[in-house]
Ligand binder design. Structure first.
Ligand code: MG
Length: 151
């Protein structure tokens, strides 16, 4: 982990978020134009994906992004939510963020995650649910930019 500054964080999922699921697995393409917009955001970009460090070798260069910090998960994250139905990443991301605000882009979010973070994270959060077949859209990025600007 690095970059524990005070900037807001944007946690990035890969599969179904930056790399949409398509009909032909071999033809999967990263969403075009995302890297430039992400790189310009006033935040710390952080990989939050099962790709782990592979996101830095397999995805960052294709998006024109530098090497980014990577959230590391427990070997077996388990449900981790005491039956609340939270995504398995949710608590780990809140812990990683500490007291910093964060955005989380992921195709597996539910309102349980946003509700839990609203109640238990000490700073504002913005969770954007991504359509896994479309990937992150320009409209989503605009919403993130506006949210970061208004913090
Ligand atoms: Mg995903």
């Amino acid at each position: 982990m690095s970059g524990r500054d005070g900037r807001p964080i944007v946690f990035l999922d890969v599969d179904g978020t930056l790399l949409p699921f398509g009909g032909d697995p071999a033809a999967r393409r990263l969403v075009a134009g995302v890297g430039v917009r992400l790189a310009a955001m006033p935040c710390e970009l952080v990989w939050a994906t099962t790709w782990g460090e592979d996101a830095n070798t397999g995805i960052s260069p294709r998006l024109g992004l530098p090497r980014l910090p990577v959230v590391t998960w427990e070997a077996d994250p388990g449900p981790g939510d005491h039956g609340l139905g939270l995504h398995w990443k949710t608590r780990g991301l809140a812990t990683w963020a500490g007291t910093r605000p964060f955005v989380w882009l992921d195709d597996e979010l539910t309102t349980l995650d946003s509700d839990w973070l609203r109640n238990y994270h000490p700073a504002p959060t913005l969770l954007e649910h991504i359509d896994p077949h479309e990937g992150v859209t320009p409209q989503t990025l605009t919403a993130v930019e506006s949210w970061l600007h208004d913090l």
